[in-house]
Ligand binder design. Structure first.
Ligand SMILES: Cc1ncc(COP(=O)(O)O)c(C=O)c1O
Length: 394
């Protein structure tokens, strides 16, 4: 393999902020406040992905037959260590959607089974539950998470009320997509365990944003944990994982059944048909990139930046973020300071207006009839990016 371009790697003392932005391909004219949706891949990681692609195309048959299985094992083992589990518990998948689908479609459902998920669960996850409900006669029970949220207890209470009547499975968002809040998993998982409810955690945003100890969560009663690497781990797009307890692996199959059906968790997930595996193989480079910044420094910087930016915006706009500051990590959701009802049309119009007229990329959501904006904090951002957003409504 070619040597790694070390000039694309930061070091623990590289100053954070706009000077770091050249390590990404991001358009410098845009205030990019939406790392959350799809992540953004550093050039160092893109280069690693390209090297894997070149190696693959150099001799595709030899690569796929002789090199890929071990290379995937190495990437999976590195990721497993990072998220606090052991390699036999982790399988790589395309994305969180594929992971959630694999888990939910593997369950042998009985008519009348109940699936608990939150009203603010990610649409793809809700749709998968709806699809299964229509096919098998299941009931989908929505935990009514209030918004704005006044406390973590209110979030726990919403799930508690939904689980009260029993369920086959509860799907818990570790970090909610539109709300940006971090769910305190402990109390909800304990309750599920007491009631014999299986637990799937949708942790799409968590890897890289939160320190994860997934074996500890498994011991608590999380049967399956699904995460993305292409968001806050900065891996290339199309890169996620499932961590499953040994019991959770027993009848678990990928969303796409392929050549190794019935041959066990590792083999089935390692091959789901011919795909470009370079994103997965570049996980190692993504972890190296974040570890070069310093993992603790990365976590602390994202939280601090999100907190400072949201406090500034809240003050400038005279609004209150959707939840207490300690419930957020690297993203914060605040009311957009406009006097108009939240609608699909308004969401699309505001996002485009902010991008086209102000060079700000930030997601706008309609939640409970009102417009909200979700800011992301990444090491390439500076307070001036958020000040540009504040100024739009000055
Ligand atoms: C909570 C949550 N779940 C699932 C997903 C789906 O992720 P992907 O599109 O990578 O499958 C997202 C994406 O933002 C998310 O926020």
């Amino acid at each position: 393999m070619m040597p790694k371009p070390s000039f694309l790697l930061p070091t623990y003392d590289t100053p954070l902020g706009h000077r770091l932005r050249s390590l990404w391909s991001l358009d410098p004219s845009i205030h990019f406040l939406n790392h959350g949706s799809y992540g953004a891949t550093p050039r160092f990681v893109q280069a690693a992905q390209l090297r894997w692609r070149e190696e693959l195309e150099n001799e595709p048959v030899r690569f796929i037959g002789d090199i890929l299985p071990d290379a995937l094992r190495v990437a999976g083992a590195r990721l497993a260590r990072f998220v606090g589990t052991s390699p036999p518990r982790l399988a790589l998948v395309e994305n969180a959607t594929a992971g959630v689908t694999a888990v939910l479609r593997s369950i042998r459902w009985n008519a009348g089974d109940r699936i608990v998920l939150a009203n603010h669960a990610y649409p793809a996850v809700k749709n998968t539950a709806r699809y299964l409900a229509e096919r098998y006669g299941l009931h989908v029970i929505e935990a009514q998470v209030p918004w704005p949220l006044t406390s973590a207890e209110a979030l726990v209470e919403a799930y508690t009320a939904a689980i009260e009547g029993g369920a086959r499975i509860a799907i818990i968002d570790h970090i909610f997509s539109p709300l940006a809040v971090v769910t305190p998993l402990g109390a909800i998982v304990r309750l599920c365990r007491e009631r014999g409810v299986q637990v799937l955690v949708d942790g799409a945003h968590a890897p890289g944003m939160l320190r994860l100890s997934l074996d500890a969560l498994g011991d608590m009663g999380v049967d399956w944990y699904v995460g993305n690497c292409h968001k806050w781990l900065c891996a290339p797009k199309g890169c996620g994982f499932i961590v499953a307890t040994p019991e959770g692996q027993r009848d678990l199959h990928p969303a796409v059944i392929s050549n190794f059906y019935g041959e066990g968790f590792e083999k089935e997930f390692a091959w789901t048909g011919t795909i470009d595996p370079s994103a997965r193989l570049a996980i190692t480079a993504a972890l190296e990139f974040i570890e070069a910044i310093g993992l603790e420094r990365y976590h602390t910087a994202l939280r601090a930046q999100a907190r400072e930016a949201s406090a500034m915006l809240a003050n400038a706009w005279g609004v209150v973020p959707g939840a207490p500051a300690e419930m957020f990590a690297a993203m914060v959701t605040l009311p957009l300071p406009v006097n108009e009802p939240g609608s699909k049309e308004a969401v699309a119009r505001w996002r485009l207006k902010l991008l086209q007229e102000h060079n700000i990329e930030v997601p706008v959501h309609a939640i409970n009839g009102r417009l909200w904006v979700r800011i992301s904090a990444q090491v390439y951002n500076e307070l001036s990016d958020y000040e540009a957003l504040a100024q739009v409504f000055a």
